[in-house]
Design a protein around this ligand. Structure first.
Ligand code: CU
Length: 464
């Protein structure tokens, strides 16, 4: 076990490494604050509020035990206006719970649900060959046999995923466990899921899906389905469980005046220790677990969560009440056992070609593109000949990001720990270490830019 000092030095070395890469981007990468980051201490009460804002929707939470999930048209508020949409609740479960979920297809087209990041056997994984027709049902039954983390769920029918996710069919799937509970992280009203996505509406305010081969490019952001949302907060620590539920858009999240997020986790659960960051990129399907410290903020302050890439205001935090609870983020969050590159016997190369092919081939539902031995650590190398970004997602295992060469040239601080989706930019080669030790069976490797996926940038593989 490393001493506290050794760990901090390692973190600082990590900072320096990315700080060098950051200069080209012209942005300050990382706070030099303590391990919990600099708290939010901005006073922007006088800031003119020219935009009418609407309360953030907190989706209802349901248990996966005996759940009937109905994919069906409904009408939801987007804030100022209402839209036809297809929506899902948040599922919350404990590690070791059994999920028994019946999907009812109330849509006018085929669908099937994939539990993104959950390790389940192949008949529960939502493979497109299991898509059900309108009026059909699909019964899922699986054990949630994973550490605490934010997963999510969304449709996976071949060539229809982009449209169905865009119409709102995406929900958070939160897994808790006793190790996480023992850390005393902010919970209850202080733990808030944030699903960030972009959208376009027609003149009557209904969501419209206009795909392009470069990916759906929405005109404005939605957070938990609300345009121009705000959230009332107290002077305390808040834990935000963030999912990029966009079809194609990458966000660069930042707070005002260089205030820091404490990044505590990502796709596969908690990191080893908190990392202070003044901005974080999040690609489609990636998740972030961050703590924002409002304890030093003035009553009446307005704190805007922004996307620096599009220049969008995503969510306004309004500091409205004094909370004396305080609290702190533990310096040690979890133990991440590294996969060993020394054990690698097989290196596989996957080239994400154009906008619809992997290693030159478009997806064929009935073709098995490669087989992978159960229980062995492999190195997978992702490259691209252009048309990136490609957020690469693997079903059936979690992985560790090992190296990135070209492009950004480093493994980003938010890519430590366990991942199930990793961003591949043009000019980059990304290597991951991966071991399939949950189930044998048929799984998918694909680009999670949903328009690329729907056009065929996907491969079947069999764990044997
Ligand atoms: Cu792609």
């Amino acid at each position: 076990m490393q001493s506290e000092n050794a760990r901090i030095k390692l973190d600082r070395r990590g900072f320096l490494r990315v700080a060098g890469a950051a200069v080209a981007g012209g942005a300050a990468w990382l706070s030099d604050a303590g391990s919990n980051g600099r708290p939010v201490a901005v006073v922007e009460a006088a800031r003119p509020r020219t935009v009418t804002r609407y309360p953030l929707r907190i989706p209802p939470e349901v248990s996966p035990s005996g759940l009937t999930l109905r994919a069906a048209p409904s009408v939801v508020s987007l804030g100022a206006t209402a839209s036809n949409a297809w929506t899902y609740p948040t599922i919350r479960a404990q590690s070791a719970d059994s999920a028994m979920i019946t999907l009812v297809n109330g849509l006018p087209e085929d669908t099937i649900t994939h539990w993104h990041g959950l390790l389940v056997d192949e008949i529960n994984d939502g493979h497109p060959r299991f898509a059900i027709p309108p009026g059909g049902t699909y019964k899922y039954q699986f054990l949630i046999n994973q550490r605490a983390s934010l997963k999510w769920y969304h449709p996976h029918p071949h060539m229809l995923t982009g449209e169905q996710v865009n119409r709102g069919l995406a929900g958070a799937f939160i897994v808790n466990d006793v190790d996480e509970l023992a850390l005393g992280l902010p919970s209850g009203a202080f733990e808030v899921p944030l699903i960030v996505r972009d959208a376009t509406t027609d003149r009557s305010g209904n969501l419209i899906y206009k795909p392009s081969s470069g990916g759906f490019d929405g005109k404005f952001p939605l957070v938990n389905g609300i345009k121009d949302a705000y959230l009332d907060v107290g002077t305390a620590l808040y834990r935000f469980r963030i999912l990029n539920g966009s079809n194609a858009r990458i966000y660069r999240l930042a707070l005002p005046d260089g205030a820091a997020f404490s990044l505590i986790g990502n796709d596969g659960g908690l990191l080893a220790s908190p990392v202070p960051l003044t901005w974080i990129d999040i690609a489609p399907a990636e998740r972030l677990d961050v703590v924002i410290d409002f304890s030093q903020a003035s009553l009446g302050a307005s704190v805007m969560l922004r996307d620096l890439r599009a220049g969008w205001d995503l969510l306004e935090f309004r500091v409205v009440n004094s909370v004396s609870a305080g609290g702190a983020i533990p310096a040690v969050l979890s133990t991440i056992t590294p996969l060993s590159v020394a054990e690698v016997q097989t290196t596989r190369v996957f080239s994400f070609d154009g906008m619809s092919r992997i290693n030159g081939q478009s997806y064929d539902m009935s073709r098995i593109d490669f087989t992978v031995p159960f229980g062995q650590t492999e190195r997978w190398r992702f490259t691209t000949n252009g048309n990136a970004p490609h957020p690469v997602h693997v079903h059936g295992a979690v992985f560790q990001v090992w190296t990135r060469t070209g492009g950004r040239g480093a493994v980003m601080p938010w890519e430590r720990g366990w991942k199930d989706t990793v961003l591949l930019e043009d000019g980059e080669t990304v290597e991951i270490l991966i071991r399939f030790d949950a189930y044998r069976g048929l799984y998918l490797l694909h680009c999670h830019k949903l328009e690329h996926e729907d056009m065929g940038m996907m491969a079947n593989f069999m764990v044997v």
